[in-house]
Write a new protein. Structure first.
Length: 209
């Protein structure tokens, strides 16, 4: 990975959960291209095992069935098993739980709002899986993220189902100008040229460069 610039405070906050004696359920929200996945990718280096599942972008024709099928495809790739054919999120979360029940593990559900889609059973079954399985591994850290912060607020943070279950919520903001400037290092680029780029990117696209 290229040199990791910025996010030192956010990174250290995530690292602090490695010292905990119980499983952690962390939410990261923020606009697209602000660096949520990049931050988690960096954090994943602290783990001997980490698993990343990403929802399909909600294009026309993408159904809940397609989301489950894609999750199963990613499941098969990461665990080197034949692709399962689960039609229920409860079965998917149960199968996943069997493989993350011991040891220091990072489980990352990226763009959870896409993954959940129009399936009203997704969050109740994730909550049930957390209560019954995932939290029983004291070294497990579950991170979920979404670019649609309002979806996170409405469906998780404001839901009574998740009260007392969320360990930490991080609202990732665009990088400040002084940190953005570090991306150019010692390159001979004028302050004006840097400013023009940062006006366009808003401290977001640079984070994922």
């Amino acid at each position: 990975m290229k040199e990791f610039i910025g996010r030192s405070l956010e990174y250290q906050r995530l690292v602090s959960f490695l010292k905990g004696s119980v499983a952690s359920f962390i939410i990261i929200k923020g606009r697209r291209r602000v660096g949520k996945s990049t931050l988690v990718e960096r954090f994943a280096k602290e783990f001997p095992k980490h698993y990343v599942f990403t929802g399909l972008a909600p294009e026309k024709g993408i159904t809940s069935k397609e989301q489950r099928k894609e999750f199963c495809r990613q499941f098969a790739k990461q665990f080197s098993v034949p692709e399962p054919n689960y039609n229920d999120w409860g079965d998917i979360f149960w199968a996943l739980a069997e493989r993350v029940n011991k040891g220091r593990i990072l489980l990352f559900l990226d763009e959870i709002s896409w993954m959940a889609g129009e399936d009203r059973t997704f969050l109740p079954k994730l909550k049930d899986a957390w209560d019954r399985f995932y939290k029983k591994n004291p070294k497990l850290i579950l991170i979920v993220c979404a670019s649609a912060s309002s979806w996170i607020d409405k469906n998780i943070l404001s839901s009574t189902a998740f009260v007392g279950r969320i360990s930490y919520t991080m609202n990732l903001k665009p990088l400040p100008l002084d940190v953005c400037s570090e991306f150019w290092g010692k390159a001979n680029i004028s302050a004006y040229e840097k400013l023009k780029v940062m006006v366009v990117t808003g401290g977001c696209a640079l984070q994922s460069a």
